[in-house]
Design a protein around this ligand. Structure first.
Ligand SMILES: Nc1ncnc2c1ncn2[C@@H]1O[C@H](COP(=O)(O)OP(=O)(O)O)[C@@H](O)[C@H]1O
Ligand SMILES: [Mg+2]
Length: 265
């Protein structure tokens, strides 16, 4: 951890798609232990920024520092084992597996996946599987999903899928979780559950969160600070109150009309 306890530093990141700079010379810091909000009009580069941080895309220039380590271009599966995780704007569940099985799939280093181990150490694998199963049930309990443990993930509502995605981050010991529109398409009751789970993970398990979100009430309840993006870079950073009354921010939203509620990846 560096002296001012930034768990994540984004430095002058740029990503072009053809001639278009989706993320443009973008710099920002995420404080250890914070729940940082990211807002901004549609197309302002928020999801692309997450893709660059989480190793799903490579930047044209700039760097990403995680716990003082340069992780620029480190692939997502490696970041996963380092405790940097992200969820997607559209949930990525295995629809033909149950909730329990989806959670048990997460740790990638199970001995059972190794054929030699499977042949010569069946008891070790059985014991490991029991540990993972117990952990999965713990997560299911934490998220109030007990009644759905054996339901196929494909049958879950949009909101329940988002809860499951959050649950998948709990199967490894995450340090920072990037949430892309976790509240989109989620009904009020489930949004409250999601919010509670996020706050508890932050307080009890010391997760740092960085969340892209459009729902300003949700942002105000959950986040401090809030970073506002516009045209691929940071326009403003402040408390939710400061953001709401900032002229530049208001103008950036108004200038684009009311296109912010669109569902887009
Ligand atoms: N894979 C891609 N290929 C080409 N253009 C893309 C791709 N992903 C995003 N874009 C473009 O980059 C810009 C930023 O998109 P995005 O990061 O999804 O914004 P946001 O998440 O803020 O809505 C948009 O103009 C979008 O059309
Ligand atoms: Mg997006």
């Amino acid at each position: 951890m560096d002296s001012n306890s930034n768990i994540l530093k984004v430095e002058k990141l740029t990503k072009y798609f053809g001639g278009l700079a989706a993320v443009s010379n973008c710099s920002l810091n995420i404080k250890q232990g914070s729940i940082t909000g990211i807002i901004g009009p549609n197309g302002s580069g928020k999801s692309t920024l997450f893709n660059l941080i989480a190793g799903n895309l490579k930047p044209n220039s700039g760097q990403v520092i995680f716990n003082n380590e340069n992780i620029t271009e480190v692939p997502s599966y490696e970041l996963f084992t380092k405790g940097l995780l992200r969820t997607f704007q559209i949930a990525h569940e295995f629809s033909n597996l149950t909730v329990l099985e989806n959670l048990m799939m997460v740790p990638g280093n199970q001995s059972g996946e190794n054929l030699i181990n499977a042949l010569i150490k069946p008891t070790l694998i059985k014991r490991e599987e029991e540990v993972i199963r117990a952990k999965a049930y713990e997560v299911i309990d934490f998220l109030n999903l007990k009644h759905l443990a054996n339901e196929l993930a494909g049958n879950l509502s949009g909101g329940q899928k988002k809860l499951l995605e959050l649950g998948r981050t709990m199967m490894v010991d995450a340090k920072i979780v990037l949430l892309d529109e976790v509240g989109a398409g989620v009904n009020r009751t489930l949004l409250k559950d999601l919010g509670t789970a996020i706050l508890r993970l932050n307080k009890e398990k010391n997760y740092t969160f960085c969340m892209i979100e459009h729902d300003m009430d949700f942002i105000s309840r959950m986040c401090d600070p809030v970073i506002v993006m516009s045209d691929g870079t940071v326009l403003f950073e402040g408390s939710p109150e400061e953001v709401k009354k900032n002229e530049k921010v208001i103008e950036s939203y108004l200038g684009r009309g009311n296109e912010n509620n669109g569902e887009k990846n």
